[in-house]
Design a protein. Structure first.
Length: 412
């Protein structure tokens, strides 16, 4: 069984490598040939009205116990020698100490990243939309439900991406018929049909989520990459100008570029200006300092924003995940814990002080010369897969602070 799992991980790594090489080296035309589906869009049968009553339609939801990937709690790195007393090693990670060795976290009663005192935690529900795990060159426009490769890959992603929210008393992450990765690389009308079809599933899951949680419980909306794009659409179509807006404590949408000029004005919440602010939105896209984002930026500039105007060369929204506010920079010493995976991407550990964060003038988040995180890092210094794991512990604390701020404002 372990051998099969490691084989699956190896296949995932190969897919990442192939995809990243295409996106970074090939021309736009060659990339479309490789990843954009070539057939017609085929509309799948609508889901039954009660589809999301079935627990099998969720990767994460209350009642799954240890089988819930969003409930993953990484190990704490062993304490490293004091960096002042050891020789520098050019091939060693930038992390210098473990979480238990110098970053007490007073806000939630946790001192090392282990489980906090439940009495210190507010009650809240998280709706997390997974990123694209349907990565198949030349496949259909949308994934089908029940595909084991897509589902297994999604669970791996959720272990790293949704787990910072694991102090919520409820985490819900739906299965949905995702748009193919290539749908986000082309202007073909079939691409928008595929994205609309994926969103229809997410919208239906969100409705069931709202019916299932307490009517006065605060909500955190979160997603990554394609999942973030669907979260932003939920904000525009189901949250804006509705009573539901009052229940949203915070929105996390990393891995999806948001135009400050042509997207943000159409959303019901502002960008988070500071840590501990409620009812605001966080987004960032991580690159190494020497990273090359030219192809991504070209695609971003050519697309139309939520206001109906082309995004153009205007800045991308960057909320620094270490400081919790827009723009600015933070040293690696302020990073409470990066989730560093093992070579097989099967498990990981939290290492503090490993990664800084600086919002560039273009709105991308630059992370210096980060530690080795495996072959999920895309060419061009693109840390898209690690947007959340890079700042795992800071995000775990950030969401608690924002929910507490929401609760305090409500009481006032």
């Amino acid at each position: 069984m372990a051998r099969k799992f490691l084989y699956f991980i190896a296949v995932c790594i190969v897919l990442f490598i192939v995809g990243s090489i295409a996106l970074t080296i090939w021309s736009r035309e060659a990339t479309e040939i490789a990843f954009v589906p070539r057939g017609e869009f085929v509309e799948q049968e609508p889901l039954a009205a009660n589809a999301y009553q079935d627990p099998d339609m969720w990767y994460s939801r209350p009642g799954l116990g240890t089988a819930d990937p969003a409930r993953y709690q990484p190990a704490i790195a062993e304490t490293a020698p004091d960096p002042a007393t050891r020789e520098a090693a050019p091939d060693s990670p930038a992390a210098e100490q473990s979480l238990s060795a110098g970053n007490p976290l007073e806000s939630t009663g946790s001192t090392a990243g282990e489980a906090a005192d439940p009495q210190e935690l507010p009650e809240f529900a998280v709706f997390f939309v997974p990123p694209t795990s349907y990565i198949q060159a030349g496949g259909d426009w949308n994934a089908t439900l029940g595909d084991p490769t897509t589902d297994n890959r999604a669970r791996i992603f959720l272990r790293g991406l949704a787990s910072p929210f694991n102090r919520a008393d409820e985490i819900w992450a739906p299965k949905y018929r995702q748009a193919a990765a290539g749908a986000f690389l082309t202007d073909k009308p079939e691409a928008q049909q595929a994205i609309d079809a994926a969103y229809a599933d997410v919208s239906q899951a969100f409705d069931y989520f709202l019916q299932s949680i307490d009517a006065d419980k605060p909500i955190v909306l979160a997603g990554h990459s394609q999942g973030a794009s669907h979260i932003l659409r939920l904000l525009r179509e189901k949250v804006a100008d509705s009573p539901l807006a009052g229940r949203i404590a915070a929105v996390y949408a990393p891995g999806w570029p948001i135009s400050v000029e042509h997207d943000l004005p159409a959303l019901p919440f502002p960008a988070c200006a500071a840590a501990g602010q409620a009812k605001c939105l966080l987004a960032w896209s991580a690159f190494s300092d020497d990273g090359n984002a030219d192809m991504i930026m070209r695609r971003y500039e050519a697309t139309v924003g939520y206001t109906g105007e082309p995004r153009g060369t205007g800045p991308i929204l960057c909320v620094n995940p270490i400081t919790g506010g827009t723009n600015g920079s933070a040293p690696a010493s302020a990073n409470l814990g990066t989730l560093v995976p093992d070579e097989a991407l099967a498990k990981g550990e939290l290492v503090s002080g490993a990664v800084p964060a600086r919002c560039g003038e273009n709105g991308l988040l630059y992370i210096g010369d980060p530690p080795e995180l495996g072959q999920g890092v895309l060419p061009g210094g693109n840390y898209h897969v690690y947007d959340i794991p890079l700042f795992w512990k800071n995000l775990q604390e950030d969401v608690i602070a924002r929910v507490k701020a929401w609760a305090s404002a409500r009481e006032a």
